[in-house]
Design a protein around this ligand. Structure first.
Ligand code: COA
Length: 136
């Protein structure tokens, strides 16, 4: 797998990947999320490709205090072969290069597979409670 910065030609494949991986919901627009990420500094949407085909993604950003990741996805037919772990490591290095000292991400409590995945890789479950408010 080659990890590259997203280019506009990747869009339909990334959207299809997120749909297939269950990362789309009625509460957000993946297309708008891509557009916002592309115009935000200190943020990178990366894709994993095999033979030029998009089969994984990850969005990473540093807000000046913490690093956040979103949209980690590996196409179902490529899962369980270490691709997700490779992308996470890539994001850790991306954040370390920016002197970010802590990486955070949110996981839906019902996403048992992702919870096991992160726990297997040594990530700790945070006791912090998340608050949210829509701004649109
Ligand atoms: C979660 C996801 C990114 C994992 O990617 P992946 O490429 O399949 O994971 P890897 O092969 O790199 O696995 C890394 C480790 O996690 C473990 N793991 C992965 N999926 C697991 C599962 N469903 N149950 C238990 N362990 C799991 C692997 O066994 C491996 O551990 P090991 O190194 O000890 O063998 C992928 O399953 C996915 O895209 N899921 C759908 C989208 C999603 O839920 N994204 C996360 C949103 S928070």
């Amino acid at each position: 797998m080659i990890i590259q910065t997203y280019v506009p030609e990747d869009k339909p494949y990334v959207l299809a990947l997120w749909e297939k991986c269950g990362l789309c919901s009625k509460l957000k627009s993946p297309e708008a999320d891509i557009e916002t990420a592309l115009k935000t500094p200190n943020c990178e949407l990366a894709v994993g490709k095999i033979d030029e085909a998009v089969m994984a993604s990850l969005l990473v950003g540093f807000d000046g205090h913490r690093g956040w990741i979103y949209y980690l996805a590996v196409a179902p037919d490529h899962q369980s072969t270490g691709r997700g772990a490779t992308l996470l490591k890539w994001a850790e290095e991306w954040l370390k290069r920016r002197d970010c000292r802590r990486m955070l991400f949110m996981v839906e409590p019902q996403n048992g597979a992702a919870l096991k995945f992160y726990q297997n890789l040594g990530y700790e479950r945070s006791p912090m409670v998340l608050f949210a408010k829509p701004l649109t």
